[in-house]
Design a protein around this ligand. Structure first.
Ligand SMILES: C[S@@+](CC[C@H](N)C(=O)[O-])C[C@H]1O[C@@H](n2cnc3c(N)ncnc32)[C@H](O)[C@@H]1O
Length: 230
């Protein structure tokens, strides 16, 4: 069964489940989150290896409990990291794991928190960007571009929609659920709306990045994207 067929079937079986707010969704699952993500271990390890040796500062968007930071700090314990997340419980778990590191954590929305300009060598966004419309994502990519130093890079690891049809279906399903549950468009809820790889790369390039796919996580639709600020 394709990803799309499996996801559509799962959504049909769960269509009466209430939408949850984004931060609350993850905080309610903080005790099981890392076990749930265990199959992704090699992918986080790969990300750790992609941090350039000369990098000194890193911005982690949607850092959660920091599974990617566990791997990054293993290789680069000296790195100064700023992590942003909406979920205070996830951030508390991350802080407990790395008390010795140069780690600044901000509880907030990375779409709106002020970011310093030309401040970071690397930005990472892991399993967090599959919730936004193309317009919102373009605005975010422009913010990340401005926050990076020239020559800096965004490393993005996230699953993509396997077709335009899947992408359109998920946005339509989210709109249906919002309408049924009376949740306005400006309330941020947890519901996956990944873009196709083609659309994701086009937005990164529109924001000014030189973007390429470095490879894939196993057999699924999860690329590792490197987007460099020239
Ligand atoms: C699936 S978790 C990924 C966490 C971590 N990056 C990892 O790979 O294990 C997604 C995280 O993104 C955060 N998130 C989603 N949208 C966000 C936003 N607009 N601002 C800040 N955090 C956000 C969620 O709260 C959650 O902790």
């Amino acid at each position: 069964m394709s990803d799309f067929a499996a996801i559509r079937q799962w959504l049909e079986n769960t269509q009466d489940e209430p939408l949850e707010d984004m931060g609350g969704f993850f905080d309610r699952r903080v005790d099981t989150y890392e076990d749930h993500m265990r199959p992704w271990r090699d992918y986080y390890r790969w990300l750790g290896e992609l941090i350039p040796p000369q990098a000194a500062t890193l911005l982690d968007l949607g850092c959660g409990t920091g599974l990617e930071l566990d791997e990054i700090f293993r290789l680069r314990p000296d790195l100064a990291v700023t992590g942003i997340d909406l979920a205070p419980g996830m951030l508390a778990r991350l802080r407990e794991k790395h008390p010795e590191r140069k780690l600044t954590l901000m509880e907030g929305d990375y779409l709106t928190v002020p970011l310093p300009s030309c401040a970071y060598d690397v930005a990472v966004a892991f399993e967090t960007l599959h919730h936004f419309s193309p317009e919102t994502k373009l605005g975010l990519f422009r913010r990340i571009f401005a926050a990076l130093r020239p020559g800096g890079m965004l490393l993005e690891g996230d699953y993509t929609a396997e077709s335009d049809e899947m992408e359109a279906y998920l946005f339509a399903e989210l709109a249906r659920r919002r309408a049924r549950q009376g949740i306005p468009a400006d309330v941020f809820v947890h519901f996956d709306t990944p873009l196709t790889l083609e659309h994701e790369l086009a937005l990164l390039r529109q924001a000014g990045f030189i973007a390429e796919v470095l490879g894939w996580r196993g057999e699924d639709n999860t690329p590792m994207i490197r987007a460099v600020k020239p």
